[in-house]
Design a protein around this ligand. Structure first.
Ligand code: NDP
Length: 450
């Protein structure tokens, strides 16, 4: 049998995915971005073509779609759609977050699950990849409504997860409160205290130090490594952060700890600029404790202002951390950032930068870290939470943060080394995709055609 060339093979796989997943734009975008970078890897590893690794990698191992009925505070019946996509388990049990947001659909969950394969491989933590969620909007719901929704969601999800099969965590709209309600229902149905079945748990009952902070901190650690390699630092630099949830808050905190000045935050209603540097205590109070809107920050902070037109990317700064959601940074935004002198962009969110914007950054010599690498600290620390649960132990904060820091240094090293090996030093997109792909492909090859 003559093997197709890498280029022919990639073309065929792309065609199959486009046909099979027509109508899933986010998923197709995520797959295309990976396929575009894999030619040099396949040239070096024809055995991956022969074993149909890519053909299998782009198709989830299993997908569940289920009804989530619940009653609101007015006793009306509400119905949402729940999803869990178990994408790849070659490296370990499925691992990836749950997203509760009205925009959730199969395309979004599949793109997130696909990205998770690569991200989890880069952490070296032996975890497979999955993702799930529901088109439920927690905004404006009472705690009791959120609890009833979570209980109904778990009543179905319980059949598909377990500490050695699939371990969900949080994502947009799913934080400590939701993980608590989900865990409670899991324990009630199974009659087992299986702490390792969910990560992001409360600190008093199996949670890990620094898990809450890990994604945001990790993205800043990754940026620090990229800058250091280029002889630069975070200290003294202005940083733009989008979002004001879990990832954004702790990206801002770490930028400040490293001597940088984070001057923006946002939510879906607009963004704030605080030239004096974000007041973290106020941000946590407004968004975390009160679950309010970002405009309330500007109302309480002299000198800060709230803007509803344009985006945070219009503000001049040297560093940018997109930490809200997918496709939030366009080509036009990238052009503005480059014009304003941005030096490094590190994705705290998943796929926030559109493909034309990535190209613009790379052409302009801006250091660009894709989320697969830059936001891997969250899931890596989730894996550390699983280890602590299994050992019935608990690490202190210093040990936890230093493990996270070490992992992010390793992710950077692995990614950079792969970018060199495959001919484009400093192209972290190529580096992350190729290093992760080789790890997963090798495991799939050794485990046979399944
Ligand atoms: P949160 O729910 O804590 O915060 C999300 C933030 O993004 C909010 O400020 C929200 O504003 C804003 N946002 C969400 N959707 C939109 C939208 N469609 N348009 C504008 N703004 C929006 O989520 P996280 O901080 O946990 O997640 C943020 C990103 O980081 C996501 O891409 C997630 O996949 C990624 N990520 C998260 C990890 C984690 O550990 N939590 C791990 C790795 C990646 P509003 O309140 O107005 O909706």
């Amino acid at each position: 049998m003559t093997l197709p060339t890498p280029q022919e093979h990639l073309h065929v796989v792309a065609g199959i995915v486009e046909r099979r997943s027509a109508g899933e734009p986010e998923f197709l975008q995520a797959v295309r971005e990976v396929l575009e970078t894999l030619e040099p890897v396949l040239a070096e590893h024809p055995e991956f073509i022969e074993a149909g690794i890519l053909d299998r990698l782009v198709e989830p191992e299993r997908q569940y779609i289920f009804r989530v009925p619940w009653t609101d505070d007015q006793n009306r019946v509400q119905v949402n759609r729940g999803l869990r996509v178990q994408f790849n388990s070659a490296l370990g049990p499925y691992k990836g977050g749950l997203r509760f947001h009205p925009s959730v659909n199969l395309s979004v969950i599949k793109f997130l699950g696909f990205e998770q394969i690569f991200k989890n491989a880069l952490t070296s933590q032996r975890i497979g990849a999955g993702k799930g969620g529901a088109d439920f909007d927690p905004t404006g719901k009472s705690d009791a409504e959120v609890m009833r929704f979570c209980q109904s969601f778990m009543t179905e999800l319980v059949h598909h997860i377990g500490e050695n099969t699939d371990i969900p965590a949080g994502d947009i709209g799913v934080g400590a409160r939701e993980i608590g309600y989900l865990f409670g229902q899991y324990r009630r149905i199974t009659q087992r205290y299986e702490a390792g079945v969910l990560t992001g748990k409360g600190m008093g009952w199996g949670g890990a130090e620094v898990r809450t902070e890990a994604t945001g901190y990790g993205a800043v650690f990754f940026a620090e490594e990229m800058l250091a390699r280029a002889g630069q630092a975070i200290e003294g630099r202005r940083a733009l952060v989008s979002g004001s949830g879990n990832v954004a808050t702790y990206a801002i905190e770490k930028v400040q700890q490293l001597g940088g000045k984070a001057i923006t935050a946002s939510d879906s209603s607009g963004y704030i600029v605080d030239e004096a540097g974000i007041d973290l205590a106020l941000l946590k109070q407004v968004k975390g404790v009160e679950r309010g809107r970002i405009s309330e920050y500007a109302e309480r902070r002299p000198g800060a202002h709230f803007v509803t037109s344009g985006s945070v990317w219009d503000v001049p700064a040297e560093l940018a951390f997109p930490c809200a959601t997918q496709n939030e940074l366009s080509g036009a935004n990238a052009r503005t950032l480059v014009k304003n002198g941005v030096r490094a962009v590190a994705e705290g969110a998943n796929m926030p930068t559109m493909p034309d914007a990535i190209e613009l950054f790379q052409d302009a010599g801006v250091l660009f870290a894709p989320g697969k690498a830059a936001n891997a600290g969250g899931v890596a620390t989730s894996a550390l939470e699983m280890s602590q649960n299994a050992a019935r132990s608990r690490w202190d904060r210093d040990k936890s943060e230093s493990r996270l820091h070490g992992i992010m240094r390793d992710v950077h090293e692995t990614t950079y080394a792969a970018s060199e090996r495959y001919g484009r030093p400093g192209d972290y997109v190529l580096g992350a995709n190729s290093a992760a792909f080789v790890t997963v492909a090798q495991a799939m090859l050794e485990q046979g055609v399944i």
